[in-house]
Write a protein that binds this ligand. Structure first.
Ligand code: AHG
Ligand code: MN
Ligand code: MN
Length: 350
């Protein structure tokens, strides 16, 4: 973590936030105190906010503008109808490329690392994103979102970014966040100290601070997992989940099927999310760089924990842009219990 970034973390942590503060003012307040801040980070966040508002507007009109899945038709605006996740991918990449603040983008939608054109290579940040998480929920109008993680590049500014800038441990992250497009649009962000949520007022087109300093209690009685795969889980996971259902335990189960929505509910109300390895996803289904890393960064900044069943998620160093991992994330007591269950000899009941 460079001095500039450490300062930024401290600035985010120390700035006084009053409800109703706009995201722009939040960014200004927390970066202006840094004389050496070149404004690149502030610009990056402003561009994320712009892209988020554009995607939010499209998501809310998806049913009308023929954006539900690729139809290949030309819609009323004369545009080729694109899938929403392609639209989200293009929108975030364009918003990040122009101001020259990002040297590379790793996206779920792109096989390889996206490198902006030469004239934009001065950027000092690397942006990893799932431009639209929960795609399978689009045509049933369920909550979806954008998840992102931000590294500061290792390679020289002005040079072409390399894979070493992005295949690195999650502990190198300087910021992470997500945008959730649900009954409202909420942008949640952290630079490591404090997690803050901003809700979009679509009428004025501004994000307003609505969830200052989101914190997780040590423990909560809610688990979130797709139990359809229970037969193929590690028996110790099955035992842990079954033991939550025992009479008198008083646990709840919720599963939306969009990671970003399941995570946001747990961040706001408490709970643990599990996506164990299954027969169809033996390495786990969720991607390290742009699903597990950003949410692990946020959950730790909010006092929670995230492991792959053995290791802290942020200690993983991915070998490829699209590496997958099992994910256990949420209140620390529950994550530790699950991790301990998987450390016990196989065949031990939960
Ligand atoms: P994406 O739409 O970006 O591919 O992510 C989908 C993921 C994640 O959002 C969710 O938690 C998970 O898929 C749901 O998987 P199952 O349908 O197997 O439960
Ligand atoms: Mn996803
Ligand atoms: Mn996606």
């Amino acid at each position: 973590m460079s001095a500039g970034d450490a300062d930024l973390r401290e600035a985010f942590a120390s700035a006084h936030f009053d409800e109703g503060m706009t995201l722009d003012r939040f960014i200004f307040e927390t970066t202006r105190a840094r004389p050496e801040a070149t404004g690149q980070f502030a610009t990056l966040l402003q561009q994320v906010s712009l892209a988020a508002r554009m995607v939010s507007s499209r998501v809310n009109r998806a049913g009308l503008a023929g954006m539900l899945g690729r139809t290949g038709e030309v819609n009323v605006q004369g545009e080729l109808v694109m899938k929403l996740d392609e639209y989200a991918n293009d929108t975030f990449k364009k918003a990040l490329e122009h101001p020259g603040v990002v040297a590379a983008v790793a996206s779920e939608e792109d096989e390889d690392l996206f490198l902006p054109p030469a004239r934009f290579r001065s950027g000092r940040y690397v942006f990893c994103m799932d431009p639209l998480d929960g795609s399978s929920n689009i045509d049933v109008n369920a909550t979806i979102g954008t998840i992102f993680a931000i590294f500061r590049r290792k390679s020289e500014e002005g040079t072409v970014a390399t894979m070493d800038d992005v295949l690195r441990p999650g502990t190198d992250l300087v910021a992470a966040g997500y945008v959730i497009y649900g009954s409202g649009t909420v942008l949640v962000i952290s630079t490591g100290d404090g997690v803050h949520g901003f809700t979009l007022d679509p009428v004025v087109g501004e994000f307003f601070l609505s969830h200052p300093d989101l914190r997780l209690k040590p423990s909560a009685k809610l688990y979130s997992v797709n139990e359809g795969y229970a037969a193929s889980w590690d028996p110790r996971i099955r035992a842990w989940v079954e033991s939550r259902k025992a009479p008198g335990m008083g646990w709840k189960q919720r599963y939306i099927g969009s990671l970003v929505a399941d995570f946001h509910r747990n961040l706001v109300k408490g709970g643990v999310f599990l996506y164990p390895a299954t027969d169809s996803s033996p390495q786990g289904k969720l991607r390290v760089l742009y699903e597990a890393f950003p949410l692990a960064f946020l959950v730790e900044a909010a006092g929670g924990a995230a492991t792959d069943g053995r290791r802290r998620i942020l200690d993983i160093t991915p070998k490829g842009l699209h590496d997958r991992t099992p994910l256990f994330i949420g209140n620390k007591v529950q994550v530790d219990e699950i991790t301990a269950a998987l450390a016990a000899p196989a065949g031990t009941a939960g």
